[in-house]
Design a protein around this ligand. Structure first.
Ligand code: ZN
Length: 189
């Protein structure tokens, strides 16, 4: 195995590992249907410094909140005011970096509509998407290196010998010299 083949194999392995790891962290989704005034919540264990992406798409306007355990405990008193993040939207993507590692609550509330609202929630670590992009880049590089290696070897194979009769450059895979017509592989059938 030459160094280019080894390089392309290493690039491909790194690329595929990154794609698999990225896929494990990649968005999961949930479909939430809420009647008027209804609230649904999701619990996440999040790590400080990691960016989490939430993508929300509703059939109508809804309000969502990100809460820590302290603010979530106050929901029963109908107090949503001390949530870490809140917004009223129909369709949005937000990135959330937790200030501390711990348990967080993602709360979706139908307080704006008289009817049912369905929200599609997708969530995951942003790092997962980055890993997939890096993995794809490595894999494409590996294909590029393999192709370069193939071209290089092919060119080398084309003219790797000289005809013993006329001295013209010939390939070892040829049976006859195209210049003088003499047989190149003596005794081979
Ligand atoms: Zn010849």
């Amino acid at each position: 195995m030459n160094s280019l083949k080894l390089a392309s194999l290493i690039l491909m392995v790194i690329g595929l590992i990154a794609i698999v790891l990225g896929g494990l962290y990649n968005p999961q989704s949930a479909v939430v249907t809420m009647g008027p005034g209804e609230v649904k919540s999701f619990v996440f264990s999040m790590n400080k410094g990691i960016s989490y992406t939430f993508q929300l798409k509703g059939t109508d306007y809804f309000t969502f909140y990100i809460m820590n355990e302290t603010s979530y405990d106050r929901i029963e008193k109908s107090n949503f005011t001390d949530s870490i993040y809140s917004d009223t939207v129909k369709n949005t993507t937000i990135s959330f970096v937790p200030p501390e590692s711990g348990t967080y609550y993602f709360v979706i509330a139908n307080v704006n509509s008289q009817g049912y609202v369905q929200v599609v929630l997708k969530y995951g670590e942003s790092n997962g998407t980055i890993a997939i992009i890096i993995g794809a880049a490595f894999s494409i590089s590996a294909i590029g290196v393999s192709f370069y290696d193939y071209r290089k070897n092919k060119r080398k194979e084309e003219m790797d010998e000289k005809c013993p009769h006329c001295g013209a450059p010939v390939s070892s895979s040829w049976e006859f010299c195209p210049h003088c017509g003499s047989r190149l592989k003596e005794g081979e059938q």
